[in-house]
Design a protein around this ligand. Structure first.
Ligand SMILES: O=C(CCCC[C@@H]1SC[C@@H]2NC(=O)N[C@@H]21)Nc1ccc([N+](=O)[O-])cc1
Length: 152
């Protein structure tokens, strides 16, 4: 019966788009993610993702996990959090007008296939953004859910 392989185009309840490439024999895959929402101002860019799903030949409804490495602006880093001492010379050169975002999201979930063969990815995610100071660590991780369906 129909098995769920994550390869292909997906859209979630927020309108974010995800493209997943081939899944290899060990269940590993790469892909890209274009989020429809973000926390801080700045242009959104497609970001890379990498993950695993359980080998589909034994599971009809495999569990999976993947990490999205955000590579666009968001909350700009405070000078204190930057590697280099605050020097006006360096900052504009390093981050001309697009300060990097220091955050990452891990998604984990399962693919469900209904009687008609329609696939749904039920996921939960943790979004970690950089805190300037360990005392702010407690407020640096957000959690949520997303449901994905195929984007035909
Ligand atoms: O905004 C960001 C990067 C983009 C995160 C998009 C999230 S991932 C879970 C959910 N599902 C989606 O499809 N899209 C959203 N990073 C960020 C977040 C918070 C802060 N912050 O300073 O609190 C800084 C940067």
């Amino acid at each position: 019966d129909h098995q769920c392989v994550l390869t292909g185009e997906w859209v979630n309840d927020l309108g974010s788009n995800m493209t997943i490439g081939p899944v290899n024999t060990e269940g590993k895959f790469d892909g890209s993610y274009l989020t429809a929402v973000k926390k801080a101002p700045g242009k959104i860019h497609i970001s890379p993702l990498a993950g695993y799903q359980h080998a589909t030949n034994i599971w009809r409804q495999p569990t999976f996990g993947f990490t999205v490495n955000w590579n666009f602006t968001g909350a700009s880093p405070s000078p204190a959090s930057l590697q280099y001492p605050q020097s006006s010379l360096i900052l504009p050169v390093m981050f001309p007008n697009d300060p990097p975002i220091n955050s990452i999201t891990v998604f984990t979930g399962q693919c469900f296939v209904d009687d008609g063969g329609k696939e749904t990815l039920k996921t939960m995610w943790l979004l970690r953004s950089a805190a300037d100071n360990i005392k702010d660590d407690w407020k640096a991780t957000m959690v949520g859910t997303n449901t994905f369906t195929r984007r035909y």
